[in-house]
Each structure stands twice: as structure tokens, then as C-alpha cells.
Design a protein around this ligand. Structure first.
Ligand code: GLC
Length: 671
């Protein structure tokens, strides 16, 4: 039996998610042919969803023991049973238990260890997974056209690898992107940024990058720099680099409508913007006021938008984050009848939370007046909504690959599978609450299944005020996530590590990250090269251990580590399950204290300033010998091995070359 089977329903749009072309098992033109797929009962349905669309319904019974994994960036645990999820990219910072849609759409499911399935469509898709103990998976795609892929293999992990192999290699950023990043919406000037860097250096807490949020731009216009706030920008960028700091500016999806704005004028002239029902550029308000959105469904528009990043790379910039690309819309010229400036003033006077809660934001009716040009055909946005952010990432990634001769950092808020080849993602706006830390742990595993390996959350939480305790615990988890960024919202409690009194504990936690970078970087690259998951549920490594099946708060990290982060308030430790004998490692700020721990359940003590992790039996991992202030001063080959194993296979390169080769793996032995 073929390990991957492809079925085509109707005439689907290209999504670019699957990189490898394979023969189609069957082209399914209508209900009578649907029976050829044995994994699902299939019905054609009509009048579904907010668009009263025609759609396809897939149903499959679940056995009691089947865990349903997948769905990338969604709420709840790693096992998706018991809830409804909707693939519909949405800017929803206040997500809670009942939230069904987040910033990305990742339509991959793994049903027990039986098979994996990918519903490849950019339309809205509803997943009811054992809701109300129905014991069925019901998937309703709100389109009559899609590609369906079924993956079989030898257990969960093998099935995921088959899927990953089909979607192509994940994005690999430079080594410095594995260092710690500080960010906040509210750094307005070069002085603000310099103050952050100086305070980190004074506190002796390592730092590699600072994100520049929208205030670095001239009135939030993409690809501009506010010269008053950041005079001599190029000099400033290089001055920062000398200190081991990379500046990472934000680029938003909306291009400000303003004569004289070069990007706006070129886009209008060339027909590169999305259009409205009158075939004129669609206008909607985001941070800069009225904007047009680049129509990234057109290959030439992608090329054009991607080329614009040169404006900033010419100043020495080597990393970007792409935002508001669901695309988020505050209101459009149609949804808002009030005079424009009155509305803007009333909108801006509201708090960030009120703005987000307002009904005008991301209104469904706006997306219904929004068109793309796909292969010469005008296509309503709703049909392809979930692909927009991913294609914007593709535009940026392809542009940067052309402009730059080295690796770059790129991460996006919105995504669809396929975009993982061009950039990483962060998990969007979250809150400073323990629930979002717990969700972060589960999302890391689910995102890795879907190809998003370079990822992480807003550590400490974006909205709300982080407590010292929450930030420390979250940092201790993010120590292991490829993207480690502390980011917070305007108006919230300041969240840099030096804002919370005694910095000793923060120094220890961030120092641990740096000591582990040779391992993190090496395991990350090896995972990408081998279609593996850098972060995985325990069940994937220990499929025969029934205790591992339902563990949601521990993860395997790379081939050799297990972590059990503390994710609850007022805890002085936690319960941890060891599927086999392991080495438990504590880092006291300078030394790694290693002890043997036997398989089974243990109650471990983890004070707030400590991070505890576990190395598999007969495994060893490399740690740097010295502490550094940034990866610029790090020699990833100057390492020693800890753990009870004798050797480790380390991926080593200069951290910027694009030539990532398996031959760069060297075998290290204990002396
Ligand atoms: C969005 C982003 C957030 C950013 C803010 C201002 O909410 O998700 O990270 O800080 O916009 O640009």
C-alpha cells in the first residue's frame, strides 16, 4: 500500500503546501465517486457556514484509544478530542477555551497511530473532534474543491515524517536567531532601543536581538524609517551589530494609501493590490489608516512586494517579522459610514483591548468585498482566506533569498502549511496568564507536526501584566523553543528581564539558553534535514508506554532531551513522569548538576530561578564551556558533553551559510 495517497475533489486552488507531486489516486467529481476513500464516509453538503456554501463532509469513527493529534496552532491539549476547531485565520488575542480559530490554519490530523490526513484547502474548514463524546471526527470543508492526502506509516512519528517529507524542508534562520530576543510594542526611538540593550548588558543577561515594532516607521508606512526617531539608521544598525545585537523590524500587510508613498503608487499602477467588487483596490484601515493589501496570489505581486525588503536590508537589517497578515482589518470603507477621521479618533481613544473587541474589526462582511487575481480569474477572498498570510511570508522569504547572500530571520503571525518553508511563525497575541503558557507547550508539538519548527510564543504574554513568577517560568520553557522572544503590548507592565527587581534569577535562566545553544541549534537543523520534529509528545518516542499517551505538559526536545516545565502558579515543583531512567540536570548559573533518576513518577522541586531538564539514558548533549553576552561571542564547537552517554553528533557550521549539509555533522566523544 502506498504510504501517501492523493485524492482530488473538484477543481481546487493551488495552495503550494505540498511540495512533492505524486500521482492522484482518484479525481472525485461528485457524490457517487466519494466512496473510493476508505478512511472516511463522505457526503456533499449545502448551505453551510457563514457563506451558505456548498461543501464536503468527512466522517470517521474513533476508537476509544485513538488520540487525535495535529491542527498546529489551536487551543486545548495535544490530543484534540472533545472540541470544535475552525480553520479560519483570525486575529484573536483574547483566546480562551471556547476559541475555535487562531492566527494560522494547519489542516493536518493524525488519527491514532492509524493514519494522517491533510485537508488541503484555503477555505474555511470546521473540525468536530469527538465533540460531546460523539466518538467521531467530523470535518466539514466549506468548499466543493480540495486535495485530500492520506499518510500511513509505522506509528505516529513515522506518519508525521511522511507528511513532513511531502511538504518540504522547514525554514532555517541564522544562528543568532536562536539567541534571546527582546521586544515590546512601545520602543519608539533609537534611545529606547539602546536603553534596552544597555540595561541587558549591564545586568549581564545575554541578548541577541531587539524587535522594532510599528513606531520605527514613518506613520506606520511599510518600508520607511522615521528619521527623527531613528536618525542615521544604517549607522545605528551597524553600531548595534558591533554590540552583538540584530534589529528586527516589523512589516505589516497593509500599504498606506497616500500619494507619494512609492509602494502604494507602484502597486496601484501595476494592479498588484487586492480589489473590491468594483475591481478597484480594496481599502481598509489598519495602523497607518487606509491601506491596500498586496495581492500575493499574483506571482508578480509577490516578487514585487518581496523586493521591497531591500530598502531595509540595504541598511544592514537581516531579520523581519510580518504582522497583521490574516489580514487583520480594523474596518473598511464599506463597513464604516462615519466620517473617516472621526472614526479614527474614536478608535484610537479606545484601549487596545476595546479596539480588538469592537465589532468592526475583522468583520466577515469586509472579507466578502475583497478579491484576488488567481491565474487571471477574480476570486473572492473568502474562498482562499487562509492562504493570504502564508503567501505574504512566501513573498518576503523569496524576496530576501534573492536580496541576501546569507540566511535571514523571518517570522510571521498568520500562516498556512507551506509557509513553513519560507519563515517561522510566532503564535500571535496571547496574554500574561498561566493558561496561555500551558497552551504554548501543546502548540509547540502540534506546530512541529505541521512543519513549523522555528516557532515560539510571546514569552511572558503580550496582553496583560506579567508577574515576575510567570515571566520566569515562561522563560524557563522558552529556553527550549527555537524562537525565544519576550514581547509585550503597549500599556502593559514593562516586561524586560531587568524590570522585576533582582536580576540574578533571570540571568541564570537566560544563561542556560545560551549554554544550550550548540544543542538547540544542532537538533533544530538535524530535525529539519530529516523531516523530524524538534519538539514532540512523549508518546512519539515511547509508543508502547501507556502512561506517555496523555501527557500534555512534558515534551521531548531534539533526540536526547525531555522537559517538564512548571506551568502553574505558586508551585515549588511538579510531578514528572520518566518513561525510562534518565539523567536529571539542574543548572545553578555556572554548573550543570547531573544525577541519575529512575523511570517512573517523581515529585521534583523546581524553585523559580531554576530550570530542570532530563537527558535520555546513554545520551549526552553538548553545552558551551563559557557564558557569553550574545551568539557573536559564542564558539559552538567549544563544548563539553553532559549526560551519561559517551558521544553526540553535532551539526556545526558558521551559522549564516545557506549551504546546510548533512556532512557538517561531527561526532563528539567524551574525553
Ligand atoms: C499586533 C501584533 C503585535 C504587535 C502589535 C503592534 O497586535 O500581533 O505583536 O506588537 O500588532 O504592531
Amino acid at each position: 500500500m502506498a504510504a501517501v495517497k492523493k485524492y482530488v475533489f473538484g477543481k481546487p486552488y493551488d495552495t503550494y503546501a505540498i511540495e512533492k507531486d505524486i500521482p492522484t489516486e482518484s479525481v472525485i467529481g461528485g457524490p457517487s465517486e466519494a466512496g473510493v476513500i476508505k478512511e472516511f464516509k463522505i457526503d456533499y453538503v449545502s448551505n453551510i457556514g457563514p457563506d451558505n456554501a456548498d461543501g464536503i463532509r468527512f466522517e470517521r469513527a474513533l476508537a476509544d484509544e485513538d488520540i487525535v493529534y495535529g491542527l498546529g496552532e489551536t487551543m486545548h491539549g495535544m490530543n484534540k478530542r472533545g472540541h470544535e476547531y475552525i480553520s479560519y485565520n483570525t486575529d484573536d488575542p483574547h483566546h480562551k477555551d471556547t476559541t475555535r480559530s487562531l492566527y494560522g490554519s494547519h489542516n493536518f490530523l493524525l488519527i491514532g497511530d492509524k493514519f494522517g490526513v491533510f485537508f488541503d484547502t484555503p477555505s474555511r474548514v470546521v473540525f468536530n473532534i469527538d465533540v460531546n463524546d460523539s466518538k467521531i471526527v467530523e470535518v466539514i470543508a466549506e468548499t466543493d474543491s480540495l486535495r485530500l492526502y492520506i499518510f500511513t506509516g509505522d506509528g505516529c512519528y513515522d506518519i508525521v515524517k511522511k507528511f513532513r517529507n511531502m511538504i518540504g524542508k522547514s525554514f532555517i534562520p541564522p544562528l543568532w536567531a536562536f539567541g534571546f530576543c527582546q521586544s515590546r510594542w512601545g520602543y519608539k526611538t533609537a534611545e529606547d532601543v539602546s536603553e534596552v540593550v544597555d540595561k541587558y548588558r549591564q545586568a549581564n543577561i545575554p541578548l541577541d536581538s531587539v524587535c522594532m515594532d510599528i513606531d520605527y516607521m514613518d506613520r506606520y508606512i511599510d518600508f520607511t524609517i522615521n528619521e527623527k526617531r531613528f536618525p542615521n539608521f544604517t549607522d545605528y544598525v551597524f553600531e548595534m551589530k558591533k554590540k552583538g545585537i540584530h534589529l528586527v523590524p516589523i512589516i505589516d500587510a497593509g500599504v498606506k494609501v497616500e500619494p507619494g508613498n512609492e509602494v502604494y503608487e507602484e502597486g496601484v499602477k501595476n494592479g498588484f493590490f487586492c480589489t473590491n467588487h468594483e475591481n478597484k483596490p480594496f481599502k481598509a484601515a489598519v495602523w497607518p489608516g487606509m491601506t491596500h493589501f498586496p495581492d500575493v496570489f499574483q506571482p508578480e505581486a509577490r516578487k514585487w512586494f518581496g523586493s521591497k525588503y531591500k530598502k531595509l536590508t540595504d541598511c544592514g537589517i537581516e531579520g523581519f517579522w510580518n504582522d497583521m497578515n490574516e489580514p487583520a482589518i480594523f474596518y473598511s470603507e464599506y463597513s464604516k459610514k462615519q466620517p473617516f477621521w472621526d472614526w479614527v479618533l474614536s478608535f484610537l481613544s479606545k484601549s487596545w483591548a476595546e479596539r480588538h473587541a469592537s465589532k468592526e474589526s475583522n468583520a466577515y462582511k469586509d472579507y466578502k468585498n475583497f478579491y484576488h487575481l488567481i491565474n487571471g480569474e477574480r476570486v473572492l477572498h473568502q474562498k482562499v482566506h487562509n492562504l493570504y498570510g502564508g503567501l505574504l511570508t512566501q513573498a518576503a522569504g523569496e524576496g530576501l533569498s534573492e536580496i541576501m547572500d546569507r540566511r535571514f530571520l523571518l517570522f510571521s503571525r498568520s500562516s498556512y502549511i507551506g509557509a513553513h518553508r519560507y519563515g517561522g511563525i510566532w503564535t500571535g497575541d496571547n496574554n500574561s496568564c498561566w493558561e496561555h503558557l500551558a497552551v504554548n507547550v501543546c502548540q509547540m508539538a502540534s506546530l512541529n507536526m505541521c512543519g513549523f519548527v522555528y516557532t515560539g510564543a510571546d514569552t511572558g504574554g503580550f496582553g496583560g501584566n506579567a508577574s515576575r513568577e510567570l515571566l520566569l517560568r515562561w522563560l524557563a520553557f522558552s529556553d527550549f523553543t527555537p524562537l525565544m522572544r519576550d514581547h509585550s503590548c503597549l500599556g502593559t507592565r514593562k516586561q524586560e528581564c531587568y524590570q522585576f527587581g533582582d536580576t540574578e534569577a533571570f540571568r541564570k535562566v537566560v544563561n542556560l539558553r545560551y549554554r544550550l545553544i550548540p544543542y538547540i541549534y544542532s537538533e533544530f537543523v538535524k530535525a529539519v534535514l530529516n523531516d523530524e520534529m524538534y519538539m514532540r509528545p512523549l508518546h512519539f518516542d515511547y509508543p508502547d508506554d501507556p502512561k506517555c499517551k496523555y501527557i500534555d505538559d512534558q515534551l521531548m526536545v531534539g533526540g536526547d532531551l525531555m522537559i517538564a516545565p512548571v506551568i502553574t502558579k505558586d508551585a515549588d515543583g511538579r510531578k514528572v513522569y520518566l518513561p525510562e531512567d534518565m539523567t536529571v540536570v539542574r543548572f545553578d548559573g555556572t554548573n550543570f548538576i547531573c544525577n541519575e533518576m529512575q523511570a517512573g513518577e517523581h515529585e521534583i522541586t523546581v524553585p523559580g530561578h531554576e530550570v530542570v531538564f532530563f537527558i535520555k539514558k546513554n545520551h549526552a548533549i553538548p553545552v558551551t564551556v563559557n557564558t557569553v553576552q550574545s551568539t557573536m561571542d559564542m564558539d559552538i564547537t567549544d563544548v563539553r558533553l553532559i549526560g551519561d552517554g559517551e558521544s553526540y553528533c553535532q551539526y556545526v557550521d558558521d551559522g549564516i551559510t545557506r549551504d546546510i549539509r548533512p556532512e557538517n555533522i561531527v561526532v563528539l566523544h567524551k574525553p
